[in-house]
Design a protein around this ligand. Sequence first.
Ligand code: PMP
Length: 312
Amino acid sequence: MTRFAYFKGRIVPAEQATISVKNHAFNYGTAVFGGLRGYWNADDEQLYVFRPLDHFRRLIQSASLLRMTVPHTPEGLEHILIDLLRAEGYRENVYVRPLVYKDLDGIGVRLHDVPDALTIWTLPFGKYIEKEEGAHVHFSAWRRVDDNAIPARGKISGSYANSALIKSDAVLAGYDEALVLNQDGHVSEASAANIFMARNGTVFTPPVQSNVLEGITRRSLIELLRNEMGVDVVERDIDRTEIYLADEVFLCGTGVQIAAITRVEHRAIGSGRMGEITNELRTLYQNVVTARVEKYRKWCAPVYATEPMSES
Ligand code: PMP
């Protein structure tokens, strides 16, 4: 249960963190947000937030795309978050939702001359996709929002109407998720996760110019695949039919973590079961995010130590 939120510059009981029906962000989607995870490590009796500085850097960048300024450095935001999580006292996995939003009660579609505000709330959190070990997806009839319509590399609240259409049409048609093409017909990502595909031992993922969110999990996995698993990773456009012929396909994101895609519509991917690269990467990722891999402890900020120590 969520007991507190950071709102108007301080930590308050969650029920006091409310906005008006007249709020600009509520009316026009003019907010940006982040999504972080904290992992409880029972051996260490510690809650570790994964790559908070990278998440807060992206939040600040997303905000700047909508002409909003965050009055804190990434380090300052990390301190606020650690204080908030300590107030909650969680001893389980959590999700963290920071938002920067247009804080004006009134009419007028624009970005200039509108004050902005920051809020953060958190909640206990488990899986995002039920079938992480073998999801069945389709290719969405929707296209991924284009960078020249709404910046795809920003996590902009309004553009998640696109993600919601994609997700609901998939789930209501009986699939677990959807893969989405961009305007030029290449694979971009899923409704709220980046995509990777393995063919003949090489791993491919769409480049950041493909109207994808510049995912922090994506970046982490590229590093883990290359440096810890010795797998070549190539960032290039991916055709729809390459997905059909892939040996392995998986999604990744803070919420999704790593989810194997084993079926696309009526086609099995590879053997129809989670492949070896995906399997090994999932185990490694779980160890990394719970601060069990010394080399990557720099990505994990402990909540209950006296000083936060992440430095990535
Ligand atoms: N793409 C979209 C559209 C998303 O919403 C997310 C989730 N934030 C991702 C990709 C994955 O990004 P990250 O790894 O930074 O969570």
